[in-house]
Design a protein around this ligand. Structure first.
Ligand code: ZN
Length: 175
């Protein structure tokens, strides 16, 4: 099932249900609501800069809340784009398959590939494992970045992170 087929309200309902004994303080509730409305994983900075949470909670509170949810497996944490932490709701039907531009850092959901779920099912049969999950990251150059770079051979040598690319540029001595 694609994440696109599960509504925001349904995602929020499932996440709230998964909270069980966890008391839903205003901050916890707002974070769940916000993550339920997002189709892609978010960084703490993105959460803090959102209009939904905007300035209402400091980054420590947001971080602690996210860690509580990660511990309870309500939220999944990933390191994408050069080890930056991203967070997404871990509700049934959510896929963790992303296509990431190595130049501008844009993230989008990968198109649904049914062979991946077939592969998981065959691994379960072969190994006896159950409740598998996976996170898949594919890196490449988005169409806009291809257009910006043209056919420059440098395109093959780009670092994965836009941040490290900028750092590299800064450390280069002026001509
Ligand atoms: Zn790009």
């Amino acid at each position: 099932m694609s994440v696109l087929t599960v509504t925001t309200a349904e995602r929020l309902r499932l996440a709230t249900e998964a909270c069980g004994q966890i008391r839903l303080t205003p901050c916890r509730k707002r974070i769940l609501e916000y993550l339920a409305s997002q189709r892609l994983p978010m960084t703490i900075e993105m959460l803090q800069g959102s209009t939904a949470l905007g300035g209402a909670f400091d980054s420590t509170t947001i971080y602690r809340t996210l860690m509580l949810f990660v511990e309870a497996e309500i939220v999944r944490q990933f390191r994408l784009r050069h080890k930056l932490s991203f967070f997404a709701l871990n509700t049934p039907g959510t896929r963790f398959e992303f296509l990431i531009c190595r130049r501008c850092g844009k993230i989008q959901e990968l198109p649904d590939v049914p062979s991946i779920s077939n592969y998981e099912a065959s691994i379960c049969t072969q190994t006896g494992y159950r409740m598998l999950y996976h996170a898949l990251e594919l890196y490449g150059l988005c169409p806009q970045c291809q257009a910006a770079l043209g056919t420059s051979p440098k395109a093959n040598k780009l670092p994965v992170s836009p941040r490290s690319w900028k750092l590299e540029a800064r450390h280069r001595l002026p001509d």
